[in-house]
Design a protein around this ligand. Structure first.
Ligand SMILES: [Fe+2]
Length: 288
C-alpha cells in the first residue's frame, strides 16, 4: 500500500484540473488521490485548529450536514468532508429527539449525490449495501421496491466505498470504536438537483417514506404560499405548474392552485394525467 501523502491543496488542485463531474469513471479516478490525502493524518487536526484560531468567525458556516461531519473544502462542484462515527456505547448520552441527525445509523437510505468515502481512522462503521432502480418507483409511502443486496462490509482504514446517487442504498451500523471517514462528495448535478431521497424498509422491500432533502423542502415551501392566500402568486404558479424542472414542486403547485381556485381542480389534474412523468400522472389519478 502506498504511503505517499498529499496536502488538501494538492488534492483540490488535482480534482479541479482533472475531473469531469458528469462522468462516473472520471469521478472514480480520484481514488488514488483520495488515498494519498487519507495518508495525511495531520489534515484534520490542523484544519480544526486553524478554524478554532479564527474564533470570531462562525464555526463551520458551510456545513449543512450533520454535526458529526467537518467540512474541509467546499465549492460548487465538490466537497471534502470528514465524518466522526461513534460506537453505540459512546452515544448513550444522546437524546435521539434533540440530537436527531447527529449520526444516521440503522436507517436504510439512498443519496441524491454521489460520493466516495475512505476509512481514515479507527475500525470503521459497518455497512449493508443494496441497489434499486430509481426510475421504477413513484416514491409512495409503503411502495414495493426491488432491492438487490450488493455487499456487507466495514469501512476499515484505507477501505474505499463509492456510492452512486439515486442507485445505492446503505445502512450504516455503528463501529466498535470511534472511527473517522473522509468523503469526496460530488455536488448535485443537472437533474440530480431534483432527485427524491428515500428511507427504505429492506426487510420488506418497501419505501418507508421520502426524506427531507432539497427536493422535499422546495416542494413543501409551496404550502406557505397557500397558507397565506397566494392570490398575487397565482399567475406565476399557474405557469410553473407545467414548466418547473422539479416534479415534486409541480405537484405541490398544482395542489396549491386547486386550493386557491377549487373550480380549476378538474382542468389542472386532467392536464396532469397526460404528463410524460409517471409521478405526475399518479398525482393526477389520486386527485381526479
Ligand atoms: Fe448515507
Amino acid at each position: 500500500m502506498s504511503v505517499d501523502k498529499i496536502s488538501l491543496k494538492d488534492f483540490i488542485n488535482y480534482v479541479k484540473s482533472n475531473v469531469n463531474f458528469d462522468d462516473e469513471a472520471s469521478i472514480r479516478s480520484v481514488e488514488p488521490y483520495l488515498r494519498k490525502l487519507n495518508n495525511n493524518k495531520d489534515l484534520l487536526p490542523e484544519a480544526i485548529c486553524n478554524e478554532l484560531r479564527q474564533s470570531v468567525e462562525t464555526f463551520q458556516s458551510e456545513n449543512t450536514y450533520q454535526a458529526s461531519g467537518y467540512i474541509l473544502y467546499k465549492d460548487e462542484d465538490f466537497i471534502v468532508r470528514a465524518v466522526c462515527w461513534l460506537p453505540l456505547s459512546k452515544r448513550k448520552f444522546l437524546d435521539p429527539e434533540i440530537d436527531r441527525g447527529l449520526l444516521v445509523y440503522s436507517a436504510p437510505h439512498d443519496h441524491d449525490f454521489s460520493f466516495m468515502t475512505i476509512g481514515h481512522f479507527g475500525p470503521g462503521y459497518y455497512s449493508d449495501i443494496y441497489e434499486y432502480d430509481y426510475d421504477r418507483v413513484l416514491g409512495l409511502e409503503g411502495e414495493s421496491v426491488e432491492l438487490k443486496k450488493l455487499d456487507f462490509d466495514r469501512l476499515s482504514e484505507n477501505k474505499v466505498f463509492f456510492f452512486r446517487a439515486g442507485k445505492d442504498v446503505h445502512i450504516q451500523i455503528p463501529p466498535d470504536e470511534i472511527s473517522v471517514s473522509l468523503n469526496f462528495i460530488v455536488r448535485k448535478r443537472g437533474s440530480q438537483k431534483f432527485l427524491d431521497q428515500y428511507w427504505f424498509d429492506v426487510e420488506n422491500n418497501k419505501i418507508n417514506r421520502a426524506l427531507e432533502n432539497d427536493t422535499f423542502r422546495r416542494a413543501k415551501s409551496i404550502d406557505l404560499i397557500t397558507a397565506l392566500g397566494g392570490d398575487d402568486c397565482f399567475d406565476d404558479l399557474y405557469e410553473l405548474k407545467d414548466t418547473h424542472t422539479c416534479r415534486r414542486t409541480r405537484i405541490s403547485i398544482m395542489e396549491a392552485l386547486t386550493k386557491i381556485k377549487p373550480d380549476l381542480r378538474k382542468q389542472i389534474w386532467s392536464n396532469a394525467s397526460n404528463d410524460p412523468d409517471p409521478v405526475i400522472r399518479h398525482a393526477a389519478s389520486s386527485n381526479l
